[in-house]
Design a protein around this ligand. Structure first.
Ligand code: ADP
Ligand code: MG
Length: 696
């Protein structure tokens, strides 16, 4: 029997959903009626009570009512209709840039209006720009709304009001249907909020009753919201485990050789490994000696020495007779790895090939042939390695550096290169972004995590100062002094990332300017639009000490290693995120001399900008910086959400729901022990349309 109220029916069953609307809904990931129920409000508007004008708070929305005292057209830079209204407390300006004559007549003196909008400070008094308004007849009582108004994430061509109507229909289906089961078993309810009923929670968040605790709802702290967040986090955890479990059903080559080869590499190095490096290397060696694909993330702060850890794993693969690939997010960094690997591995008789976008067709053909025949054992490059024409003879290990720049999907694409019928290469991803533990458990639940929590000895922490760009002259002088003392300097130019071209132009101008100001210095320039051979020459010259001052765009952000560079100036530092600044700063402080970093900003500095720059000034600890970054910008920014494949959560908040996250591993364990057969339904309910788990 067909259930008339079956929630898995297509949304086209609903009134008002024709092909056009259906298409728009698909964009929002909504195809079934049930999907509407899980499409949760972003926020709420409160039109349930009138606020005295004097009690309005800046930047807040509110419903007010008053009498029009004066309406007039103002001819300023932009023509506008300005209307003063007054209640018992004070006056408020309503401002319209688009208006009709009807409106002008409507808002005549003496008329009562009720309006809803966001309040801001105008030139003379508080204002609302383009408020929604309604004329209230003098002799009539017009009630305020009985419930909070939910505001949904929507898409172009789909108005809030139409959306709300769809939700109303979906809720009616829910009321009549028995087909929205609780998926969380009792053993998985490890937090008090998990005990609420799902159906009640959904009804509540879509239609909050008048007596709701508005503040809690706005802060997403209401128990019903947290109940949903609990389920969402659980679904996410289960989905990541699914990825992982699928992976573990595959086999991988066993990479295990005697330790001679590794020993040979270690003997060449001018330093012994730190304890942390040794520990992480052995964790990796255990993984790759198994016949299931390794999926390991190595986290280590800037300069903690991740490259050599990767090289040891690569050596192990090659010694066992397999190929390895190392991929980096920028050409500059890939080149540097290529050089390092060549230096380290050539003496062991290992051939390293180079593969990047900007190489000649002939070079490329040659390296591709050598890789596919297995003549070259190690490939280093950029995402050019993803291309179909790149094939390997027997790929055993994939290393991805600076993981947060690559997404889950790219990771999977590269892995597929080594795919046999049922066999995959091992995978090692490395990141310098230290991620707070609860967050990494969530974002990387499909990976094992190793942490290099120790810097090589002899590093002195970088001293950081924050100065306005009005003191540019002093800074230039300081650069001069440093170079006279035979230190080397980076000067980093930043620009809002709207145009790489503009950014490069700015760097060129700065280099010219600095050369004029400091004629006795050797100044060079490196930016993203230069040919890679050219960039390499410049970097080589800087490394060898021929160049005193390197003017660069943020292309040098990741991984570049020149130990004699001990001063870095970052222009317009306020434009960059904390993690990026920390990465940049990590380019200095690599030698034994005291290093400095000057964060130059352009006034006025926003509060947030101030907080970011002082955080950098106060600490060099990547972990603390990441935590602060998380607080200031949210996890999406920190992880590059879209790229990592970490879903955009609907109700959960990785920063605030730490108490839920704390029990999530255990909750997921219980879920998989007692009700593994429910995992499909749970994933489908929350993320079904977003991640294609079938392909993983
Ligand atoms: P990151 O973790 O940022 O990728 P790198 O691998 O580039 O760091 O290493 C940074 C610098 O530290 C390099 O010059 C590297 O040769 C050096 N290094 C790595 N390990 C050690 C160590 N154990 N002792 C001393 N120097 C080391
Ligand atoms: Mg590195």
């Amino acid at each position: 029997m067909v259930d008339k109220y079956d929630l898995s029916q297509s949304v086209t069953t609903l009134k008002g959903v024709g092909p056009k609307v259906a298409e728009r809904l698909i964009k929002l990931g909504i195809s079934e009626i049930q999907d509407l129920l899980f499409h949760l409000p972003l926020r709420y508007q409160d039109r349930t009570r009138l606020i005295p004008i004097a009690a309005l708070k800046k930047q807040q929305e509110g419903l007010v009512e008053g009498t029009v005292k004066l309406s007039q057209i103002k001819f300023g830079r932009r023509r506008s209709l300005v209307c003063h209204i007054e209640d018992d407390t004070t006056t408020l300006v309503l401002r319209f840039f688009h208006f009709s004559n009807t409106q002008l007549q409507q808002l005549a003196q003496g008329v009562r209006v009720r309006c809803f909008g966001e309040v801001r400070t105008g030139p003379a008094s508080l204002e609302m720009v383009h408020p929604e308004y309604q004329v209230i007849p003098a002799d009539k009582i017009v009630p305020v709304e009985a419930e909070l108004t939910p505001i949904y994430p929507t898409t172009e061509g789909l108005h809030q009001i139409s959306f709300r109507k769809l939700i109303t229909q979906a809720l009616a289906f829910l009321a009549n249907s028995g087909s929205l089961p609780e998926l969380i078993n009792d053993a998985s309810r490890l937090h008090p909020v998990a005990k609420y009923s799902l159906v009640d929670a959904l009804r509540y968040v879509h239609r909050p009753p008048p007596d709701v605790d508005v503040q809690a709802l706005r802060d997403r702290q209401h128990p019903t919201q947290r109940r949903l967040a609990y389920e969402e986090l659980l679904a996410q955890q289960i989905s990541m485990r699914r990825i992982r479990a699928n992976m573990q059903q595959h086999t991988a080559p066993i990479l295990k050789s005697d330790k001679n080869h590794r020993q040979q590499l270690l003997e060449q190095l001018p330093f012994p490994l730190t304890g942390a490096q040794q520990r992480v290397v052995s964790e990796i060696l255990v993984d790759i000696s198994q016949a299931i694909p390794m999926q390991r993330l190595v986290q280590g702060d800037v300069g903690s020495g991740k490259t050599v850890v990767a090289a040891l794993a690569v050596v192990e693969a090659v010694a066992t007779g397999f190929q390895a690939v190392m991929m980096a997010p920028t050409e500059l960094l890939a080149e540097q790895h290529y050089q390092t690997f060549t230096t380290w591995l050539a003496p062991l008789g290992i051939k390293v090939g180079w593969c990047a976008g900007k190489q000649t067709a002939a070079e490329r053909r040659e390296v591709l042939a050598a890789l596919s025949e297995g003549e070259v054992q190690v490939a280093v490059g950029t995402h050019a390695l993803f291309q179909d024409e790149v094939t390997f003879n027997n790929l055993g290990l994939v290393v991805i550096d600076e993981q947060h720049r690559f997404g889950v999907h790219q990771r999977l694409a590269l892995r597929d290169k080594g795919r046999g019928s049922n066999s995959y290469p091992h995978q090692l991803v490395m990141t310098a972004t230290p991620i707070p533990r609860t967050l990494s458990m969530t974002a990387y639940a499909d990976l094992n995590v190793s942490v290099i929590d120790e810097l090589p000895p002899g590093r002195s922490p970088v001293t950081t100062v924050v100065v306005p760009d009005t003191r540019r002259g002093d800074i230039v002088e300081r650069v001069h002094l440093a170079c006279q003392e035979k230190r080397q300097v980076y000067w980093v130019c930043t620009l809002i990332e709207e145009s790489e071209h503009l950014q490069c132009q700015a760097a060129e101008d700065t280099a010219t300017e600095l050369q004029e100001a400091l004629p006795d210095l050797s100044i060079a320039l490196v930016h993203g639009r230069m040919k890679s051979a050219q960039k390499e020459l410049v970097m080589q010259a800087f490394k060898s000490g021929e160049v005193d001052l390197l003017v660069a765009t943020t292309v040098i952000e990741v991984g570049v290693d020149v130990p004699n560079a001990s001063l870095m100036v970052i222009e317009n530092a306020e434009r960059l995120g904390l993690a990026q600044l920390h990465q940049l700063r990590g380019r200095v402080g690599r030698g034994s001399v005291q290093s400095h970093c000057v964060l130059m900003y352009h006034s006025p500095l926003s509060k947030n900008g101030q907080a970011r720059l002082s955080c950098l000034r106060d600490t060099n600890d990547g972990f603390k910086i990441a935590q602060r970054d998380l607080e200031l910008r949210g996890p999406g920014e920190l992880l590059g959400t879209r790229q990592t494949g970490l879903p955009q959560f609907r109700v959960a908040n990785l920063l605030e729901d730490t108490d839920l996250l704390a029990v999530m591993t255990q909750a997921a364990d219980q879920f998989m022990i007692h009700t593994p057969e429910q995992s499909d339904a749970l994933i489908h309910r929350w993320f079904g349309h977003k991640l294609d788990f079938g392909n993983v």
